[in-house]
Design a protein around this ligand. Structure first.
Ligand SMILES: C[S@@+](CC[C@H](N)C(=O)[O-])C[C@H]1O[C@@H](n2cnc3c(N)ncnc32)[C@H](O)[C@@H]1O
Length: 439
């Protein structure tokens, strides 16, 4: 009995000059033998008949052929046995005999009952540098497990829609599930703020609908997007609606979910990393800080204060000590800051504006409430940008002070200390474990 609850131990065999017995001469054996020959194995095929390909090899003297059924004792002297007959009972008997003789046996018909397997795909990483090889191997394993590699072949999906939050723009900030579903898509309907570089990786036959280029008004465009989701899914295609940040944070995700459900289409929702939190975070602007502030409000400012379409209570936000996170605010920044000051916010409240957060073009400016509209315009800040108002911006200043440039937080999210202490094994200078680097 083979224990299948344990992970197999991966091993590569150098078979040059070693005897390998292949029981069976059909197509399954024909698929295994060439790789054995490439490895230099001495291959003996035991079978009453041979497939044309194996027959060629036998005729050319590249394999030895014993023209009969496998008989007990045939595996003697072999280093490896491949049980490739079309009779599971025969394969089981061969495997049992090999096991008793301590010879590794690959059963072609039943991997679970097999002591050894031959992988369908071989991935060899040999760079000459073991650490680099290990890094590449880990990346491949990650790509396989995330679905980024090979997901569409053999998948069982039939239609349906996935509403996937793509994160704030850096392709590394989509979730593992979002990435895996993207790799399975037949159709991708993508927003402008969705991570564009992920689209470049999709196979050529994936239909990409650029939702930013739909040439209609906002309402019509949304209706058109809904109809694309429904029609493609009804045609049996798997549609990923790839959105910036999180689908349900000012993303109209619920409208799309409702439209699909009303049309009888199943929808998978994959939350995303919202720019409201991630963009300040990666720029070193916390939204809360112990003893400073314990609440934050996320506000869509796409319509300005005073606009009849606005549902934001600016009068309540003005005197509140909460951190304010304003999205879509750059266009109306003067009106917004005026309203906040009118309703009681200190004109000297610190403000950060972060544009293109998490992207290589990320920029941050810091100002006060009474100057930020002017300063942002002067600095040429354009959407997409997140505006953070509140005392937490002073914590951001403390973080920036400790960092080497750029002080606005590297897009990759790594903050480098200005004066690096000697550091070994993660222990800081002053700790007993510290060993100074060799001079
Ligand atoms: C329509 S809202 C969509 C928000 C999105 N659903 C989310 O959760 O991040 C678009 C606004 O999000 C903000 N935004 C999105 N991505 C951003 C980024 N990479 N940098 C700065 N702001 C961003 C900007 O305020 C932009 O105008």
């Amino acid at each position: 009995m083979v224990a299948t609850d344990r992970a197999p131990y991966l091993l590569a065999l150098r078979l040059a000059g070693r005897r390998v017995v292949v029981a069976g001469g059909g197509n399954v054996a024909a698929r295994r033998v060439p790789a054995l020959l490439d490895a230099g194995a001495e291959v003996i095929v035991i079978s009453p008949g041979l497939s044309p390909a194996l027959d060629d090899l036998a005729t050319g003297g590249r394999i030895a052929w014993t023209a009969r059924e496998y008989a007990s004792g045939d595996c003697a002297g072999a280093w490896l046995v491949c049980a490739c007959t079309d009779d599971p009972a025969v394969n089981a008997a061969i495997a049992a005999e090999a096991d008793a003789a301590r010879i590794w046996c690959v059963r072609a018909d039943d991997a679970a009952a097999s002591r050894a397997w031959t992988p369908e795909v071989r991935v060899g990483v040999l760079t000459g540098d073991p650490r680099r090889s290990a890094g590449i191997r880990d990346a491949l394993v990650g790509a396989l497990s995330s679905g980024a590699v090979g997901a569409r072949r053999g998948r069982r999906r039939n239609g349906g829609v996935a509403l996937v939050g793509g994160g704030p723009g850096d392709p590394g900030l989509i979730t593992v599930r979002g990435r895996a579903l993207l790799a399975e898509a037949d159709v991708v309907v993508a927003d402008r703020l969705a991570p564009q570089s992920l689209l470049a990786e999709l196979p050529a036959d994936v239909e990409i609908v650029d939702a930013a280029k739909i040439p209609r008004g906002r309402a019509m465009a949304q209706e058109y997007i809904n109809s694309v989701l429904v029609s493609r899914a009804r045609a049996g295609r798997f549609v990923v609606r790839l959105k910036g940040g999180d689908p349900f944070v000012f993303g109209r995700g619920a409208e799309e979910l409702l439209a699909c459900l009303r049309a009888g289409i199943a929808v998978t929702v994959v939350p995303g990393v919202s720019s409201a939190i991630a963009v300040p975070g990666i720029a070193g602007v916390p939204l809360t800080h112990r003893g400073v502030v314990q609440e934050f409000h996320v506000i869509s400012a796409h319509v300005p204060p005073g606009d009849e379409r606005s549902t934001v209570d600016w009068a309540a936000l003005g005197p509140s000590p909460a951190t304010l996170v304003l999205l879509m605010a750059t266009e109306h920044l003067q009106l917004i800051t005026d309203a906040l000051m009118r309703h009681g916010r200190d004109p000297k409240s610190p403000v950060s504006v972060i544009a293109d957060g998490t992207l290589p073009t990320q920029r941050k400016i810091t100002a006060t409430l009474d100057t930020v509209a002017h300063d942002a315009a002067e600095a040429g800040i354009r959407p997409p940008a997140v505006v953070v108002v509140g005392e937490v911006v002073t914590i951001a200043a403390q973080i920036a002070e400790l960092c080497s440039s750029p002080a606005d937080g590297a897009p990759g999210g790594t903050f480098l200390p200005r004066d690096r202490p000697a550091q070994v094994n993660g222990a800081a200078h002053g700790n007993d474990l510290v060993r100074r680097p060799a001079q």
